[in-house]
Design a binder for this molecule. Structure first.
Ligand code: NAD
Length: 458
């Protein structure tokens, strides 16, 4: 089953529909926005089984993983946004400068208008709908373009959204590169893109032609550092969790490891124990262990096994597109596994002696989306967080910084621009209009050409 491209005419029509709907002011009302979010919430709840099934078909995601990383996150985000959006949507009074005495100033959040949300295949429900929550809360309409690679999820999203929404406020347009090209040619008011760095550049270039603001949630190589003071067994378990979730196909998965040379052997033993605890001695035979999205990505990831010596795992099952969690020592830093985003369960291990080596290595490369540090030493913590720029991350954990609505999530440099989740989703999809209301009780004549000093009462 393939996803068909959508024609240019259909794309144009969908946008025109939303443009006129936005213009009529319907989404300005907070209660209308809430109603849309409540409908979205009920839609997800009512289709939990369908979502679990679609993700099982597309990625062999287990029910538990789908609930934790897709459905649960979205429901929590909607509840959080519904609770706080009244406050976020209020105009905020700001201080008055001495030069402006007598006036009042406000910052007023207003929606951009019709937004485009382009999503990838790895968390195909969460990454399509999480930005929608912010877009709707802030008073926009949204067109979602899901990934064509997760066919069952794309079909499901189209079906359930078109059943609950008539397309004025929310619509799914399915397709691949051709359809995305049609969409990127249209006069959207905001584009929110989640995907790879190369396609992020295509999106930004297209947006620049119309000066459309963008958020880019991209990827890259996220380092994971374990120093000699860390709790090694706990670190190995939490790192293995970050790497095996969705079979490593997570934008913020730890991509490569930096292990202090004194704990390397112990770490490898503990990592192996963690994988056995999660999936038993033969992960390829475990139903709950995810698979790689397609043959092209499977072959790409499998080819990394030639880039060095395998320390753990390494078994493949091309029929079911499954790959063991694998630790390896890369031959050198120039091999593809050390140059490209891995996006799979292969984990290159580098060892280090001094923290400066790690800081130099990471800072000489594109700024990572995530960074994970395992340590019990506060000086190490300060050295890493103080000297390396990265989107976000955890100390003594992996992935968990993404699942709190209180931390804005996003990249920096090549790993992206802008952020979302919780209040930052609302602000991402809002323009903050600055308004100054002048007093008419007096006037300052010195501001005018040939004016006099002093205040004139009116
Ligand atoms: P991708 O960039 O190939 O595709 C993303 C979207 O862009 C899809 O909807 C696809 O149809 C569309 N697209 C693909 N090629 C296009 C082109 N040439 N022109 C226009 N549109 C095009 O990414 P992917 O393979 O779906 O996802 C994996 C990437 O996404 C990884 O790099 C990963 O790190 C990143 N990612 C980032 C985040 C984040 O939150 N920062 C989350 C998930 C994935």
């Amino acid at each position: 089953m393939n996803i068909a491209e959508t024609s240019l005419e259909t794309v144009k029509h969908a946008i025109q529909n939303q443009k006129s709907f936005f213009k009529n002011g319907h989404t300005r009302s907070i209660s209308n926005r809430k109603e849309t979010l409540e409908t979205l919430y009920r839609m997800i709840k009512d289709h939990e089984e369908d979502i679990i099934h679609a993700l099982q078909m597309d990625l062999n995601k287990s029910e538990m993983e789908t609930y934790a990383t897709e459905i649960g996150i979205l429901l929590e985000e909607i509840r959080f946004v519904l609770k706080h959006m009244d406050e976020w949507a209020e105009p905020k009074k700001v201080k008055v400068a001495k030069t402006h005495i007598g006036s009042k100033s406000y910052s007023v959040p207003e929606p951009y208008g019709v937004t485009l949300i382009i999503s990838p295949w790895n968390y195909p429900i969460q990454l399509a709908l999480a930005p929608v929550i912010g877009a709707i809360a802030a008073g926009n309409t949204a067109i979602i373009k899901p990934s064509e690679l997760t066919v069952h999820t794309s079909r499901l999203l189209e079906r359930i959204i078109s059943a609950r929404f008539d397309g004025h406020v929310l619509k799914v347009i399915e397709g691949g590169v051709e359809t995305t090209g049609h969409l990127l040619d249209q006069p959207f008011d905001y584009i929110f893109f989640t995907g790879s760095v190369p396609v992020g550049k295509v999106v930004m270039e297209a947006a620049s032609k119309r000066l459309i603001p963008v958020t880019l949630e991209l990827g890259g190589k996220s380092p994971c550092i374990v120093d000699e003071t860390a709790d090694i067994a706990l670190a190995a378990k939490r790192i293995a969790f970050g790497k095996v979730t969705n079979a490593g196909q997570t934008c913020i998965a730890p991509d490569y490891l930096f292990l202090h040379k004194t704990i390397k052997e112990q770490f490898i033993t503990e990592f192996k124990n963690a994988v056995v605890t999660f999936y038993g001695p033969e992960p390829l035979k475990n139903d709950k262990y995810g698979r790689i999205i397609n043959e092209r990505h499977f072959d790409r990831i499998a080819s990394y096994l030639d880039d060095g010596e395998i320390l753990l795992g390494g078994k493949l099952d091309r029929t079911f597109l499954k790959m063991e969690p694998t630790l390896m020592t890369p031959r050198d830093h120039s091999v593809p596994v050390m140059q490209e985003e891995i996006f799979g369960p292969v984990f290159p291990v580098l060892e280090y002696e001094n923290l400066e080596e790690v800081i130099d290595y990471v800072t000489e490369r594109p700024k990572p989306l995530a960074l994970y540090l395992f340590t019990n030493n506060e000086a190490t913590e300060a050295a890493i967080t103080g000297n390396i720029s990265y989107g976000g991350g955890c100390i003594n954990d992996t992935l968990m910084h993404i699942v709190t609505p209180y931390l804005p999530f996003g990249g920096v440099g090549e790993s992206g621009m802008g952020s979302y989740h919780g209040e930052s989703s609302f602000s991402t999809f809002s323009h903050y209009k600055s308004v100054m209301k002048q007093t008419n009780k007096f006037d300052m004549s010195f501001r005018y050409p040939n004016g006099k000093f002093g205040m004139q009462l009116i």
